[in-house]
Design a protein around this ligand. Structure first.
Ligand code: NAD
Length: 339
């Protein structure tokens, strides 16, 4: 019998429980070796424990070092800090991996296959913010301070180059805004140039300013292979590359650290369609595929991919992809095409 691997399951908010249930069903069908410890977080955490980030969840991830996370709702404005950002900090999940590959032909672009790495702990997402009062207005000026450390720049850029080597990728593009944010993103570029020297002859390196990169991703995405960038730029560009392959319902992500890794869909909790049975589970399913690769079970990740490809080839489409299938129909179709 295969050894079971303890893993934390966070069903999440909004469409989270619907897509998590679908993914756990599909993983069961391929006998994925996870032993789930289900934990509430976000709004579900507030409902169950009065805390969006309950202690029991943190303890669970501390024990398992491995989690599959449904999307969490972050209330806008004051009150709670983003649970996603706090989890990344708590477990020092420094690398955010976001692959984008065309799964359905006939969209805007064929054969997209690129991978973006986003620095996950620093930059403007350190969110050190405050207001500066002027005369009678206590909020006259809003100030946000970002920081990047040389050590963290080096760690994420090295991670991207190592990924390129291991996955037979040819080029890493360093994306920055060092012409304006000369220190904050200049340091990232400087480290990028240093790290690249160690990979000379094995992986090509080039550089792009973030605004030009955004335009080129739309004009000619095929010039990119692996992209590595700072936190805020990575957040924006990863949603953009999700748009190249059919939208957020198709884009998985992984938050990786030395001691823990949390896998998730790039999309949010989609409150507009929650409870309707329409949600597309493919992004979270592909995130579970990254999780299988992370534990060394590429064979099972490939089986999942066969199921997804088969379901799409048979014409099944959820509403976000212009079809009419619900979560259950696409889940059944994927299970049908697994082997
Ligand atoms: P969203 O990604 O939830 O939704 C954007 C649009 O995409 C909506 O129309 C939604 O219906 C659609 N959509 C998203 N995922 C889909 C899926 N799997 N199947 C079909 N359609 C899908 O973005 P939002 O509305 O800006 O955010 C909603 C909430 O999610 C917010 O509270 C936000 O903070 C949170 N959020 C969480 C995460 C996360 O947990 N990783 C990421 C992004 C946003």
């Amino acid at each position: 019998m295969t050894q079971k691997i303890p893993a934390t399951l966070i069903p999440g908010d909004g469409i989270g429980p619907e897509i998590s249930e679908a993914v756990v069903r599909i993983l069961g069908a391929i006998e994925a070796p996870f032993e789930w410890d289900s934990q509430a977080a976000g709004m579900a955490g507030i409902d169950a424990h009065g805390d969006p980030l309950p202690k029991s969840l943190l303890e669970s991830i501390r024990k398992t070092g491995l989690a599959l996370k449904g999307p969490l709702t972050t209330p806008v404005g004051g009150g709670f800090r983003s649970v996603n950002v706090t989890l990344r900090k708590e477990f020092e999940l420094f690398a955010n991996l976001r692959p984008a590959r065309t799964l359905i032909s006939g969209g805007r672009y064929e054969d997209i296959d690129l991978v973006l790495f986003r620095e996950n702990l620093e930059g403007y997402y350190a969110a050190m913010e405050h207001y500066l009062p002027v005369e009678n207005d206590p909020k006259a000026v809003a100030i946000s301070t970002g920081y990047n450390t040389r050590a963290e720049c080096r760690r994420i850029i090295t991670y991207a180059f190592e990924y390129a080597v291991k996955n037979n990728r040819k080029k890493v593009t360093i994306v920055h805004k060092a012409n304006i944010l000369k220190l904050l993103t200049g340091l990232f570029l400087e480290e990028g140039r240093e790290v690249a020297k160690k990979y000379e002859g094995r992986v090509e390196m080039n550089e792009r300013i973030v605004d030009a990169c955004a335009m080129q991703l739309v004009m000619d995405p095929y010039q990119f292979d692996v992209i590595v960038t700072t936190n805020l730029f990575g957040d924006i560009l990863s949603d953009q590359i999700a748009g190249l392959i059919g939208g957020l319902g198709m884009a998985p992500g992984a938050n990786i650290g030395e001691k823990a890794a949390i896998f998730e869909a790039v999309h949010g909790s989609a409150p507009d369609i929650a409870g309707k049975g329409w949600a597309n589970p493919v992004a979270l399913l592909m995130a579970s595929g990254l999780m299988l690769q992370h534990i060394g079970r590429k064979d099972l990740a490939d089986r999942l991919q066969t199921g997804i490809d088969g379901a799409f080839a048979s014409g099944v489409r959820t509403r976000d992809l212009g079809g009419s299938a619900g979560t259950k129909e696409i889940t059944d179709a994927i299970i049908h095409h697994l082997s």
